[in-house]
Design a protein around this ligand. Structure first.
Ligand SMILES: Cc1ncc(COP(=O)(O)O)c(C=O)c1O
Length: 444
């Protein structure tokens, strides 16, 4: 990357919760109708197989062809031939790079010079920033004010201008669209722009190439769903080549926007609650995504927070894979026991992203262990005199082995000064027979 470009994209003055330009421009711009010409729900555009083939050809360089490997332990645990398409191994940690790179490569010369703008608190922002840097396109990302510091820092490190605006993604989006109109920057919708859908669809082509070398072929592909761009692209690619492969959309229980939209055959605003799968929290699916996917999705289902936590834990322990909540919902669906019909079948779950905050990861592991019945927390009161706690430690002859990190074993003196309280967190080994039913019966 040349310095000139870095100079060019350096934020002139970064704005935290304030607009970056003069104070009247918001008022003037708020009069303008907010319609993204690429994503007009009144005139949805369908993506077809040739769009996805062009995208695949176009993004051959710059995008990782991620592995799609069989998991022997999880296949055995759930009685199916289970493969993982490992998109968390893209440079910025998610599949969003595919669509972002393709959308940037399709810009006209003038659009490339002026640059693009997007609203995203996460993976789309990272992907667009990184490929903007590689392709010499100035990128502005508008993030809600609560966006994780790590993601803000990473986008800036790729040379993007980061604007923090609004206390939710909808407000950030409105601001980004207005600011884009004002500055002549093309707005790139991360889940509904036709080029984004086409780019994401290339995962479907790769899965068929990578797993179809075996007989029988893939029976089902589990696709995490947020705004619907990924499932729309994958469904077109896969159903065109192999209509018998089932496409199953998995949503967080906290945001069932595709399930609702499929019932009504139109995008319906859905109430969103906070979730471990924050990347999937899109209240209304995209109009192009829905129009493209209609008739191509065999089933959608939702997963609860406990199943997502357990899925993240299983992926760390058994696959050595750090996957974010949104990326782990496919395995969560298997864990939930809602896909028992896939037993004995060949199933691919797309692990779409790995961008999980380290603090959230720590809490999620604990939560997963608790759901799994493996985390025991207890307080013991013992004498604070020499030899006073002999025989009191509750792990004598234990099956459980305590993990004695400072956060999980703390002491506190009692008021009488002669006794102390020991707080202990202990962890049991992973039960080898554990399957889906344990979670559903224990928690649901
Ligand atoms: C990790 C992850 N998985 C899946 C999705 C869903 O993609 P889409 O919005 O195209 O449905 C997202 C969306 O941002 C995501 O971040």
């Amino acid at each position: 990357m040349n310095n000139e470009f870095l100079e060019m994209v350096k934020p002139p003055e970064e704005v935290h919760g304030e607009k970056p330009s003069d104070s009247n421009s918001d008022d003037i711009l708020s009069e303008l109708p907010l319609v993204d010409p690429d994503c007009d729900p009144e005139h949805p555009r369908k993506v077809n197989f040739s769009d996805i083939s062009s995208a695949a050809f176009n993004i051959k360089t710059g995008i990782q062809r991620t592995p799609c490997n069989r998991s022997s332990q999880l296949s055995q645990m759930f009685n199916m031939d289970l493969y993982f398409k490992k998109e968390y191994l893209q440079v910025t940690g998610s599949f969003k790079e595919r669509g972002a790179r393709y959308a940037l490569s399709k810009l006209t010369k003038d659009e490339k010079q002026k640059g693009v703008i997007a609203a995203s608190a996460g993976n789309h922002a990272l992907a667009l920033s990184y490929h903007g840097l590689l392709l010499n396109v100035p990128v502005t990302v508008v993030m809600p004010v609560f966006a994780p510091l790590m993601k803000i820092t990473m986008c800036r490190s790729y040379g993007a201008t980061v604007v923090l605006k609004g206390d939710n993604i909808q407000k950030a989006k409105e601001y980004a669209m207005r600011h884009g109109i004002e500055k002549g920057l093309k707005y790139v919708n991360g889940y509904d722009a036709p080029d984004i859908l086409a780019g994401q669809g290339t995962i479907g082509l790769e899965i068929l190439e990578q797993v179809t070398c075996c007989v029988p072929d893939v029976d089902a592909i589990l696709v995490p769903v947020g705004g619907g761009g990924l499932i729309a692209g994958v469904a077109v690619a896969v159903k065109t080549l192999k209509p018998e492969v089932q496409i199953i959309g998995v949503e967080a229980e906290t945001c069932p926007s595709l399930t609702e939209a499929l019932k009504e055959k139109k995008p319906i605003p859905t109430k969103v609650k906070s979730s471990l799968a924050d990347g999937l929290a899109v209240p209304t699916v995209g109009g192009n995504a829905l129009a493209t996917a209609l008739g191509l999705i065999d089933k959608t289902l939702t997963v609860c927070e406990e199943c997502i936590a357990l899925s993240i834990l299983r992926l760390i322990e058994l696959e050595k894979a750090v996957v974010e909540g949104g990326g782990a919902v496919g395995l969560a669906a298997i864990i939930s026991g809602k896909l028992l019909e896939l037993q004995g079948k060949r199933v691919v779950s797309i692990l779409t992203g790995g961008n999980i905050d380290t603090t959230v990861l720590g809490r999620t592991i604990e939560r997963g262990l608790a759901v799994d019945g493996r985390l025991i927390k207890l307080e013991v009161v013992v004498s604070d005199r020499p030899g006073g706690n002999a025989g009191s430690v509750p792990f004598k002859n234990r099956k459980a082995s305590p993990f004695l990190s400072p956060s999980s074993c703390q002491t506190r003196p009692m008021d009488n000064c002669s006794t102390i309280v020991i707080k202990i967190a202990a962890c049991k080994e992973i039960p080898s027979h554990k399957n889906s039913l344990s979670v559903t019966s224990a928690k649901r």
